[in-house]
Every structure is written in C-alpha cells, then in structure tokens.
Design a protein around this ligand. Sequence first.
Ligand code: 1PW
Length: 214
Amino acid sequence: MANGDDRCCLKEVLHIFQSCLTDQKEILMDPYIAGWKGLVRFLNTLGAIFSFISKDAVAKIQIMESFHSSDQKAQYVTLQSMVKYELASNLVDLKKPGDQSPSGCRTILRLHRALHWLQLFLEGLRTSTEDSSTSALCAEAYNASLANHHPWIIRKTALLSFYVLPNRNSFLELMNVGTPADAVEMLEEALPSISKIYDITQALYAQHNLLDIP
Ligand code: 1PW
C-alpha cells in the first residue's frame, strides 16, 4: 500500500488531465500521456495485484512516447492532429494487429476506454454512501465499460483484483487531499474535465469510424 513519497497523487493526476483541454476543444497529447503516467503511479500504490492492470497501460504509454520522440512528433501534438495525420497516411490498422506496429489511434482507443472506466468508478465513488463497497463500485464501472472489450480471462482477473481495494474512506484518504469529504469535493471539481476529454475523444473517433479498431 501507499507510503512515503509514493503516496497517492490522484489530485495532481486529475489536474494534469484537466490541462489537456484547449479552448478550441482539442486534446493535448503531452498532458494526456503525463496524466496516464500519474495514473499508473497511483495504480501501483494500490498493491502488486494492480500491476497486472498497470503493465498494459505502461506498454500503451511507451507506444505513444515513441511517436512523441519520432520525426513525426509534430503530428502528435493533439489528438485531432494525430487522427488526421494517421488517417491521411493510411497508418490506422483497421485489421487485427499483425507485424505492423500499433497506430496511435489504436493505442489511444485502448486508453480512452480505460479512462471511461476510471471516470465511472470515481463518479460512483463520489456519489456513493460511506458504507459502499469500493470493489463493487469498481466492478460495476468496469462491467459498464472496459469489460465489454476484454476476453473472459482478463475480465476474471480484473474482477478478482478489485477485491483487494481498500474500503471507501481509506480509498478516498489514499487520494491524499485530506478527509474523505475533501476528496469527494476534489472529485466533484475534477471529474467534469475527465468526462469532457472522454466525450470529445468519443465523438472524434465516432466521426471517423475508429471506435472498433481491432
Ligand atoms: C482503480 C481504477 C483503475 C482504472 C485504471 C485503468 C487502467 C486500465 C488498464 C486495463 C488493462 C487490463 C489488462 C489489459 C488488457 C489489454 O488486453 C487491453 N488493454 C486495455 C487498456 O483495455 C487491450 O489491449 P490490446 O490487447 O488490444 O493491445
């Protein structure tokens, strides 16, 4: 569990995600990836069992970082510029990934679905009563989002890992923003940005028929 400098940074993470949004409703990729890196640090404070979940997120982050250090990095400044560039250059893998390395569009789609899970889970936590079960809230959020895209074996492992989540008040305290009530207030303030990021991404991917990239 969390201790010392590894203590949870969820408030900062949510603030980093807030900084993704531009006035033109574009999504900046640098803070999006930085937000995910923070989320991984947070997941790792939840115990070793969550490393199964964070491992895949780390792999996806690394793919995105390689685009950011490539010659084409200027195309990856915003989500919108990435989608435009990859579609125009025929880089989006509409068939199952084989030899070709995964596109940015495919990789972000996975993180986008996972962000929806986080959003639903934190929203559930925010609006739940003190005696609610964190693992049940997490499972409910997972079943309503990411689970629909996972095979049986991953669903089973994910649902099992939720059992180790601490109770609601301890979880809210792990967020390191003060009392559980302070944490709920922080979520109230931060979650609308996460939901905006989700909605903008969802609409952009729907517009370009990218929601089912295998
Ligand atoms: C406490 C709340 C936590 C919310 C954080 C979300 C982390 C999301 C990572 C879930 C990963 C589960 C295991 C990996 C599965 C991959 O097969 C799957 N990846 C995702 C992100 O769904 C699909 O990626 P793939 O195999 O198509 O490259």
